[in-house]
Design a protein around this ligand. Structure first.
Ligand code: PEP
Length: 250
């Protein structure tokens, strides 16, 4: 039985004070939840302060990206060791906004996954098709290339430390949600790909979150599907009560 995992992706929102206040609200509302794994992913600038707020709670800290190199002349980038030093557990990798705006490719995703695992951090790997790709029948091929690309050279043992977030790009921040059936079909397909790569036993243990306008009022139906093991939440993670509304019906 896969334990549900809900993660909040705050994106480029919250100043330091706002992030600390939001993290305090999350801890107050959900800080002792143990039947669901919870993580929040603030911007880099607030990671350390938020890690202090999360101490003693069950809520874990995530980062929104990482660079694969260990150190050096990479202006603007942040390494795994830096993230670890401020209390990070999870790292979102390959988000569609990174793929669309910042030249993220399957190759860079794979490098980041490898570096993250080598550092003892846990990747949340985003995969998913655009509306155009879905409409032109390329959905399966895109999901396959994202998934197979991300896991290239990753052992089954390490694959178990990864979470996949299926995020149809057309549903991110748009208010459009995949129907529970559409989401589950995609998740079952991803699990088939994982089965091909690692065998049934490993594939059955890897959690696959859904992401794309998940909110309190649609969470229950989505999370009730056989292969939807949680959610990666953008907009609805910016208010603790909205976020709690997603965590609570699990
Ligand atoms: C996301 O960016 O990962 C996301 C799912 O955003 P939203 O919930 O706002 O659609």
């Amino acid at each position: 039985m896969r334990k549900k995992f809900i993660a909040g992706n705050w994106k480029m929102n919250t100043t330091l004070d706002e992030a600390v206040a939001l993290a305090k609200d999350v801890v107050k509302t959900m800080g002792d939840t143990s039947d669901v794994d919870i993580a929040i992913c603030p911007p880099y600038t607030s990671l350390y302060a938020v890690s202090e707020v999360l101490k003693g709670s069950t809520v874990k800290l995530g980062a929104q990206d990482v660079h694969w190199e260990a150190k050096g002349a990479f202006t603007g980038k942040v390494s795994c060791a830096m993230l670890k030093s401020v209390g990070v557990t999870y790292v979102i990798i390959g988000h569609s906004e990174q793929r669309t705006y910042f030249h993220e490719t399957n190759e860079t995703v794979n490098k980041k996954v490898k570096a993250t695992l080598a550092a003892g951090l846990l990747p949340i790997i985003c995969v998913g098709e655009t509306l155009e790709e879905r409409k032109s029948g390329k959905m399966d091929a895109v999901i396959e290339s994202h998934t197979v690309g991300a896991f290239a050279g990753i052992s089954a043992e390490d694959a178990l430390k990864c979470t996949i977030a299926y995020e149809p790009v057309w549903a991110i921040g748009t208010g459009e949600t995949a129907t529970p059936q559409q989401a589950n079909e995609a998740h079952i397909y991803i699990r088939k790909l994982l089965t091909k790569l690692y065998g049934t036993s490993t594939a059955e243990q890897i959690r696959i979150q859904y992401g794309g306008s998940m909110k309190a009022d649609n969470a229950k139906a989505l999370l009730g599907q056989s292969d939807v093991d949680g959610g990666l939440i953008g907009g609805a993670s910016l208010k603790a009560s909205d976020f709690a509304g997603i965590v609570k019906p699990v």
